[in-house]
Structure formats: C-alpha cells, structure tokens
Design a protein around this ligand. Structure first.
Ligand SMILES: NC(=O)c1ccc[n+]([C@@H]2O[C@H](COP(=O)([O-])OP(=O)(O)OC[C@H]3O[C@@H](n4cnc5c(N)ncnc54)[C@H](OP(=O)(O)O)[C@@H]3O)[C@@H](O)[C@H]2O)c1
Length: 303
C-alpha cells in the first residue's frame, strides 16, 4: 500500500488531504509543528482511520530535524508554510523566508536523496502578483507583490533546483481555498454579520478572488499524485468564477437574512485586486469542478 507524507497535515488543506487519502486506502504520515496541533488533528479522525496514520511532529524553524523513516515513504505532499498574507511583514520576514524557502530546501533535498516517487509542492497563486490580463496561465511571468508571494516563489525555485538533479516534482498553486473549518474572508464576514458586529473591509470591497473548494483541491491532487505526466509541471488551481468581497457580503447576509454593518479601511499590505487563472491545464488532466460557493454558503457554512 502506498504511503504519503503530508507536511502541514494539521493545517486547513493538509487535514482535508489526510482524510481524502485515508478514504482512498492510503497510509499517511501526517506532519504538524506541535504536539497540540497533532492531537487536535488526531481528535478529528474517525476511529477506523487511526490505523492508517502515523504522525511526525517537527518544527520546521528548528535547526535540527528528526526525520521519520523515509524508506517507507512513496510520496510527499508539502503543504506546510507560513500562510497569512497580512502577517508577511518586515518583522516576520525571517519566519516567512525560513519556512517557505529554507524548510522547503531541507525537505526537497531529503526527498531527492531518498528517491521519493513524487514530490508535490504547494505554492500559491500569489507568486504571479499583478498579471497583465485575466485569466492568466501557468506561463504568465511571476512578479509577486508581497513577502508571502516572494517567499512562495523562492520555494518553487528551490524545488526546481533539485529537479535538475532528478527530483520528480509537481508544483500545485491553490487560489483562495474555502471549506468548512477555514478561517478566511468567508468565515470572518459570516461571523461578523451573524453576531451583528461591525465588519471591517480593507479597500473598497470590489477586490475579487476565484474561490476554490478544498474538496476540489483534494480531487485534483489525487489525479496529479499518480500521474507521471505531471512530473516537472506546474498547475494553477484556481476557481472559475470571481467573487468580490462585496459579493460575499451580499450572499452571506442574504443567507443569514441579516443586514451587515460595514466599515471600509485602507489596506495595510500590498494585496491583489483580482486573482483568476485559466483552468484549462488542470481540466486537461480529466479534473472537473464539483463544488459551488453559493451552495456552500447556503448549506454548509452555518450547518
Ligand atoms: N488556503 C488557501 O487559500 C491557500 C491559497 C494558496 C496557497 N495555499 C498554500 O497551501 C498550503 C496549505 O495552506 P493552508 O491554508 O492549509 O495553511 P494553514 O492552515 O495555515 O496551515 C499551515 C500548516 O503549516 C504548518 N506550519 C506552520 N508553521 C510551521 C513550522 N514552524 N514548522 C512546521 N510546520 C509549520 C502548520 O502546522 P501547525 O498547525 O502544526 O503549526 C500547518 O499545518 C500552504 O503552502 C499555502 O501557502 C493555501
């Protein structure tokens, strides 16, 4: 039975990947940075799934790492990262650089030395910065505009440097992922409106994103993992439809049947106004989107 190491398994996307692959009959090594986050993940697993999973606790900012037994690992899905765009300030530069670039180097080097069959690296749509037109493709030049985007791009380059030495890799770039349990713009708007609290919107609310459901991300990773045609390729995992912050406020307040209380403020870090990629390349792999944001807001968000 194949064994997958999922780094960042305690995070939002990682925890969905763990459950997705266990259900497919795969053995998992789930990584997290602390005992607490690993215990939290363990507590969300169904009893019958516990036998399919081992855990690896390692802070990737530590100098010395204790690796698990790599001779038993077939694939690596590397999602662990510093992920908050607004936290990516000058004060946090070292953390973002060390996690998104240096930790990726340590792991990719180990994957190469241990002949891992496929190393899937999670990057981000933020590596493109402001593209010349929308929807943009995988070949669009990458010019990030914030520290998060720059350090994610460095992570990609690190992976590429090992590819030349023989690492079989694929770069997957999610775009604004949503789903139950995610702390993001959707859950924040929902909570504020639900509690009749003031909702602060940075900018004028017309900035938009092509949201992608986490189940769709798991499906596409499932397709990529066993496909040797994906070696050396990069895939933009974007949604197909754009929603502005104001659209989200409208959809959520309608679903809750409440009137939002909004304050608009100036954004503090460079953020993108739009982010929408062409999805032809992933759809050519046979992947089809199953989830809809409207249905999620209506049926799942407050269930
Ligand atoms: N969610 C999105 O919309 C989105 C969009 C584009 C790209 N991505 C990319 O997708 C990947 C997963 O994102 P996510 O939303 O699931 O992120 P997340 O919920 O913030 O999870 C981050 C993961 O990284 C781990 N991590 C953080 N600091 C660490 C450290 N010092 N040492 C070791 N591990 C550490 C966390 O482990 P602990 O919890 O155990 O500390 C957690 O498992 C990331 O690479 C991100 O850049 C996500």
């Amino acid at each position: 039975m194949p064994r997958i190491l999922i780094t960042g398994a305690t995070g939002f996307i990682g925890s969905y990947l763990v459950k997705y692959f266990i259900k497919k009959g795969t053995q998992i090594i789930a990584h997290g940075s602390t005992k607490e986050t690993i215990n939290k993940l363990r507590n969300t697993l169904e009893d019958e799934h516990i036998d399919s999973i081992d855990f690896w606790q390692q802070d990737f900012l530590a100098q010395k790492w204790n690796f698990p037994d790599f001779s038993e690992i077939d694939y690596i899905i590397h999602t662990a990262a510093a992920t908050k765009i607004r936290e990516g300030t000058l004060e946090n530069y070292d953390k973002y650089f060390n996690l998104n670039a240096i930790a990726t180097k340590k792991l990719a080097k180990k994957a190469l030395n241990e002949n891992i069959q496929h190393f899937i690296h999670f990057s981000s749509g933020q590596v493109f910065g402001i593209p010349p037109s929308f929807p943009f493709t995988e070949t669009t030049p990458k010019k990030p505009i914030n520290i998060y985007g720059f350090t994610k791009l460095l992570g990609e380059i690190v992976v590429l440097s090992f590819a030349n030495l023989g690492l079989k890799y694929t770069i997957a770039r999610p775009f604004s992922v949503y789903g139950k349990g995610q702390q993001n713009i959707i859950s924040i708007i929902n909570e504020k409106i639900n509690k009749d609290e003031i909702l602060t919107i940075y900018g004028d609310g017309t900035q938009s994103r092509a949201f992608t459901h986490v189940n769709d991300i798991c499906e596409v990773i499932g397709i990529i993992l066993n496909n040797s045609k994906c070696f050396g390729e990069e895939y933009n995992l974007s949604g197909t439809k754009e929603y502005s912050v104001n659209d989200l406020v409208g959809l959520i307040s309608k679903s809750l049947n409440k009137k939002p209380k909004i304050v608009y403020k100036k954004a503090s870090v460079n953020e993108l106004r739009r982010n929408l990629a062409d999805t032809a390349k992933i759809q050519k792999l046979g992947f089809n989107y199953k989830e809809s944001l409207e249905e999620f807001i209506e049926n799942e968000l407050n269930s």
